[in-house]
Structure formats: structure tokens, C-alpha cells
Design a protein around this ligand. Sequence first.
Ligand code: ZN
Length: 674
Amino acid sequence: MKNQFDEKNKKKFINEFCHHGVNEDLAERVYTSRLLGKNKELVLHGGGNTSVKSVTKDTHGEKHNVIFVKGSGSDLSSIKPKDFPAVKLKNLNKILQKKNVTDDEMVKYLRQNLIDTSSPNPSVETLVHSFINEKFVDHTHSNAILEITNRKDGYNICKKVFGNKIIIIPYVMPGFLLARKVSQLYKFNPQVQGMILYRHGIFSYGATAKESYDRMIKLVSLAENYLKSEKIKKIKKISIKKIRFKSSDIAPLIRGAISQNKNYILNFRTSRSLLSVINSLDAKKILSRGVVTPDHVIRTKPKYLVVNINDCKNLKDIEIKLKKEIQKYIKNYLKYFETYNESRDRNTLLDPIPQIIAIQNIGLFSVGKSLVQAIINGDIAEAAIKIIGNIEKRNTFTSIGMKNIFDVEYWSLEQAKIKKDNKPLSGKVTVVTGGTGVIGLATAKKFKDMGSEVIIIDINKKRIQAEKSKGNFDVYYCDVRKRNEYKKILNHLKNKYGGIDIVISNAGFAIQSEISTITDAELKKSFEINFFSHQIVASESVEVMKMQNKGGCLLFNISKQSVNPGLNFGAYGIPKSALLSLCRQYALEYGKLGIRSNGVNADRIESGLLTKEMIKKRAKSRNIHVKDYLKGNLLKKQVFAEDVADAFYNLSISEKTTAAILAVDGGNIEASMR
Ligand code: ZN
């Protein structure tokens, strides 16, 4: 493993932080913490933790010996000084004299000793860090270390590789018990450079950040070199059939099967190295043996679901098989819960659905309440599968046992690490066409605020670029007049999100002309964007919704022109009238599948479509002043894009409403639906 420590960089880093008043020890701590965090072979997504013992002042100016330790929930790769709460060291040793300390007591105790009570909770491993008498302490879940410890003969190999350089701590649940175990063993071996936490990870420590970091790299390199020297056996594979199904065809089937009661995002990935393990003959067995480090269980659950679809002739067969396998998985999970929960009846059952689903010959699907969570879960599973595969090539993968896994999975301090997103649209996927326009963006923002994943598509390359650089939404170029282009986007979304739930068909184009003199070409062009593109978007989206078999929601941006034509605006209004019928037709034909279809008739909203120039013209055609045009409604109030966004949102959550048209025009009796 390459040592990334660079004295020059460290100095630059420290100078920058110290310039902003950060304690020098802490600045040094941040520098090597990030080095560790950026190395994916050592640390993944919030894993690992680091600390430094130093001196700091409280608000009264009084000095204290403290430990700056990683706050729970932060990520080492991007950690900042403020993510290290300072805990007074003086009292921490006292807690060791107690026989047992509950999780709540431990958290309370640590919080009571914080210098700044507004700090995040100190890491669950704070006590372990505090009992090691070295200034800097680093802890990672290094892949190479796990490949050595998580096998049948792991203990002997550790001895062989590290000799007396380290202490091996038998597996103990993280938290108070581990801290006590460490303090006992450390006392007799303070001269060693590190500790292997059996089937969990590794600690290194030193007088400087560099020393502790160097030792981590050295110890991990010893493990890597040993692994390289080992003989490798071939893993037996299942038959690699020519795959007739694509991941994008399977994704909505899985998403449907797992999201009948709740909504989930399903993210797909595949690679040769992933398939080399997933396709092994024993995949079902080895991917059910448990986690490679206890931390992973809250992300991946104890077991992965492995499904072989080689005997499926069509997508229907796959759907039936998936449903059966998922039901079986849930049943087994409930059994696991009942078995290990006996003595702790205060636990409530966690979501029993699989978080990681491996389809042999296809790849890996990871589940999450949001895309970010699904990707994190997938990254962790991918790393674990690689570790398990490497162990199986050498020996037999062994985990910490289901009881230990259960205790960590149902540990309140672990559960607290997962962000609970419970907004009305959490786990849903919304596509907005014409998404970079004024109404499109306001709508995208509204749906994102309400918890949905939002994808915006548009044909305006300049605005797409602008939105991409802001990074608020997943943005794509797509001409919705072209069926193949929209299909391609949907296939991508099926792989990335598992499918779609809400489609806001919003793209439009206004054109003004007297109806008898408009050219055929112009009228056809208007129909293409204001009617046919909606049909393309709706029909293709409904196909995905049908595969998911969990309902869906179509929302059309129609226009009051559909029921209340304006002078010289026929080329726009007539296709919009057809669009209103289209909206109702979808409601009629797909209601039985739980797919709702509703529309919004908005009017006089200043946007890219109704520009200042256009407003002038419209006001003139109605013979009124421009200033009266925008407020020319029953309420005498100007209507904004955000009002339209609210209407779309309200229709999206009105589960019993379909074939409805909601007017957002400040009141216009001529345009009211009758
Ligand atoms: Zn750990």
C-alpha cells in the first residue's frame, strides 16, 4: 500500500487551518484522517475513525486535556476540524471502573464531557481511542486485514504475519465492551504499534500523525504482501449462459417486488470482478454467511439475496421468481429477528427487505431510501464481495456469527448513523420534461424539497449545462419528440434508480398566428411538441410503471387554452385541447393499474414560454394594458411558477384523484372546467 504522506502538503494544510485559528494538533489530525479516508482499500463511506489527544480551552478560557475524536456520522475523506468533538479526558477513565454501561449512559457520559455541547456525538469508539496512551490513534476497516482475519484460520495467520508487532483483540461488540477489552490488553503491551480487531479492523497509533499513519500503511502492507504470497485456487462457476435479459428490464421488476408498501431507490452496478464472485457456484452460500466488518450490517443486512434466472424464459418468469425469492428472504429475516431478539424485546423489527440483490450473470442491485443511500450500500457491498471472493480463493470466508451481527444491526448507536429521510416523496423518482425552464425548475425544486429524486430533461443545451454545473438535479439532454431518445433516458434511469414514479410532462412551445394563415408546417410543429411529445413521454413511462406494478402518476402541463381559446393562439391551444383529452384517456385506461393521470391548466405565468415580448402581444390581443394582463383574474393576483409547482405536487399526493384538471390562473370563469 502506497504511503501518501507528504511533509510539504502537510505543512501547507496545517498553515491554512492554523491561519483560521484551528489547534495545530487538530490540523495535523485532519490531514492524515483525510489521507486514510481517501484510500478506499482502508475506509469506505463514514467507516473508520481517528483521534488526537491535545489541550484546548473551554468558553471560560479554562484549559483542559481533551481527546479530539471523529464525530459520529462524518466521513474521513472530507472531514473538517469541526467534525472532531473535543471530550475532556479527565473523567473518561472513571467510566472503566463500571461493570457495564448501557449505550444511552455511554452517549450521555461522553456528551457531558464535551467542551462544546453543540458538537456532534463523539464516535462510538471514543473510549477505545481514549484508553490508548498515544497521542494519535487511527482505526480503519482495511480490506487486506479483513481478508486475513475473516477466514477459518485467521488467528494463526495474523500471528504469522504480524508476530509481536500487534495485539490481536478477539471479536467484541464495539462500544463499551470493546473499550474495556482494549484497555485490559493494551496495559500489558503498550510497546506494540497497533491492534487487530478480529473480523472487524485495525488500530494503529503513534506520537505524531505521521507515525500513526506510517504504521497503518506498514501493517496493512504486511497483510497485502502475505496475501500476494498465498496460493490461489479457482472458484467453481455457474454456467455462463448467453444473457438475454438486460439489467434495465429486470430493475423495475425488482423495484416493484420490494416497494409494495414503501418506496425505494434501486441502483444497479456490474463489473467482471463482481460477476466473478456473484457467478460462483457457492454464491448463495458465501454471500449469506454475514458481514466482513460489523459496521456494514446497517447498510447491507446480514445476508445478500442471490438469484439465478438462468431457467427463466421471459420477464414474467423472472418477475415470479423474484417475488418468490424476496418473500423467502423476508421470511428468513423474520426468523433471524425472532431467534436473536429473545432477550431484548424492546427492539422493533427493522425493514426486512434485502438491501443487496445479486442477480447471477447480470450484476448487483442495491436498495436505499434515496439514491445516495442506495449507492453507499452498493459501494459497501461491492467492497465486501471483493473481500469475500479473495478469501474464498484462499480459504473459507467466516464472519462474526449471526448473534453478533444481530447485536450490531439492532444497536441504537449504529442505527443512529443512518439518516432517516421521511418526507412525503422519499424513495420516489420524478422526471420533469422541459425541466430547465421557469415552471420546470420550480416544479423540480418542489419535488426535490418533498424528498423525491428528481431528473430533469430538456433540449436547451445552454441551460442544461448551467443546471449541471449547479449540481442540484440529475440533468440530461433529451428531445422528447424522439421516442428513441426518451427510451434511452428511461433505460438509463431504470439502471440508476430502478424505475420511475412521477412524470411531469411539461415541455411546451408557444406559437402565435391567425388560424387561417398559419402554415401547415408550423401547426404540425406545434402539434409535435405540444401533443405528440406528451404521448411519447406518457406511453413510454407507463410501460415502466406497468413493469413495476406499483401504480404511478402522470402529470401534464396543459394550459387554459385547452378550454378557453385565445385570439391568434390556436396553433398553441388546439394541440393543448388534444392534450387534455390525452390526459383523460390515460386516466381511463390505466386507472385499473393504479396509474393516475392529471393535468394543470395554468395561465399568464411569466416564463420562457410566456416572455415579456409575448405578454405584450397577448395584452394587445385582449385590448388591455400589460400591467393588468398578469393580474387579470378573479383574485387580482399574479400567478407564479411556484404556484404551478404546488399544484403538480398536490396532485401527485392526492392518491384518490385521477382525470382531474387543476386550474392555476388566479380564477378565470371562462376557463373554469365545466
Ligand atoms: Zn470499526
